[in-house]
Ligand binder design. Structure first.
Ligand SMILES: NC(=O)c1ccc[n+]([C@@H]2O[C@H](COP(=O)([O-])OP(=O)(O)OC[C@H]3O[C@@H](n4cnc5c(N)ncnc54)[C@H](OP(=O)(O)O)[C@@H]3O)[C@@H](O)[C@H]2O)c1
Length: 343
């Protein structure tokens, strides 16, 4: 390609239903963006399929990298290599990170090698670790609202069922008897809690970065609504759970807005995400904490009430920073980057 690349876009779950559609949408609308897609198995059919779909769009800069989000080691190895590649100008600075991958499970599981519930580590700790460990790879910003970088966290309506302290005192039974079925209610609470913690911690990180003023990184959550198609993340869900997700009967008022959208193909929210990710911002808009439900914008504090309590947000940020520091001990910890953040 004759025209230089303008930035790198990283998408986790780049082979998943939504992640792959987001990659295709960006490839169609942003031909000079380097697409760095993360997947657990880069030889899978789904990866081959995304490669082929993007190849048919035209000449694009695309690569898949193997990362297991349930492993601190895997995430940190990736971020260290990526920071080096950006410094060496092998790839352009990261202008966009989309935390799309997620797992849900309707059985109890053994904790990961890092000692966490795999749902929590994959959905909450990994996106946070990825973001803080990539700080030096993000485009630094030029003082304008569009000069920096963006992080979009893919949310889910189930956050309304979650709590911030869900993973604090894990039931020892869970790891003693892995494979035992969980009730639909419990599994939704577990998944919703992981998504809630991820979203809230990322807004807390944004606040901290705004305070230190060192990096122009905007962070928001986008709830894609309910999608049709085979989400591997929901495969194990009993029918009752899937139905509850579809009807969304007991959710809070903001979710009623999104029930109007009914079920969409993954390509619908993917196009919205690709648009929101590259939409120019005004100075006024940049300062707001935004939460999207498809392309409708809300004040994040109205969706995540804990955001109205600065002490709770500070405590959450501190806890997450401690957890990722523990996770990367002895493996080239990003602590130098982390310690620059105020909490
Ligand atoms: N489907 C819906 O109706 C719906 C509704 C609201 C929000 N969402 C959100 O949309 C996002 C995408 O969901 P989807 O429907 O596209 O599900 P999906 O097709 O199952 O995609 C999930 C992706 O996450 C990846 N992943 C899971 N565990 C991983 C790990 N340990 N390391 C690396 N990657 C891992 C999967 O990789 P593998 O292929 O290796 O498993 C897959 O690429 C999720 O954040 C979900 O919460 C979905």
């Amino acid at each position: 390609m004759g025209t230089p690349l303008v930035g790198t876009a990283i998408i986790t779950g780049g082979n998943g239903s939504l992640g792959s559609e987001i990659a295709v949408s960006i490839a169609k609308t942003q031909p000079y963006v380097h697409l760095l897609l993360l997947a657990r198995d880069i030889r899978s059919e789904s990866v081959k399929d995304v490669r082929e779909r993007i190849r048919l769009i035209g000449p694009r800069s695309l690569e898949f990298v193997k990362v297991d989000l349930a492993s601190f080691n895997s995430v940190v190895s990736f971020t260290e290599i990526t920071v080096e590649r950006v410094k060496n100008k092998e790839i352009p600075p990261v202008t966009l990170l989309i935390n799309c991958a997620a797992m849900s499970s309707y059985t109890t599981e053994q904790v990961t090698r890092d000692g966490h519930d795999p749902v929590y580590q994959t959905n909450a700790i990994a996106p946070f670790l990825l973001t803080v460990s990539l700080l030096e790879a993000f485009r630094a910003g030029d003082g304008t609202p569009n000069g920096g970088a963006r992080v979009i966290n893919v949310g889910c309506s189930s956050i309304s069922k979650g709590t911030l302290d869900y993973f604090e005192s894990p039931d020892p039974e869970l790891s003693v008897h892995p494979g035992a079925p969980l009730s639909a209610k419990e599994a939704t609470k577990r998944f919703g809690s992981s998504k809630l913690i991820m979203s809230a911690a990322m807004y807390a990180l944004r606040r901290s970065l705004v305070l230190t003023g060192k990096l122009s990184l905007n962070v928001y959550t986008l709830d894609p609504g309910v999608m049709t198609g085979e989400s591997h993340a929901a495969n194990a869900a009993p029918l009752s759970v899937k139905m509850a997700h579809q009807t969304r009967s007991g959710l809070r008022p903001f979710l009623r807005v999104f029930s109007k959208t009914a079920m969409n193909k993954a390509s619908v929210p993917a196009k919205v995400i690709a648009k929101v990710a590259f939409r120019p911002d005004t100075v006024e808009n940049w300062g707001r904490e935004r939460y999207y439900i498809l392309d409708s914008e809300y004040e994040a504090g109205s969706v995540i009430p804990a955001m109205r309590d600065p002490k709770q947000m500070d405590a959450l940020l501190k806890k997450m920073l401690q957890q990722v520091e523990v996770g990367v001990k002895g493996m080239g910890s990003p602590s130098s980057r982390v310690s620059r953040l105020s909490c």
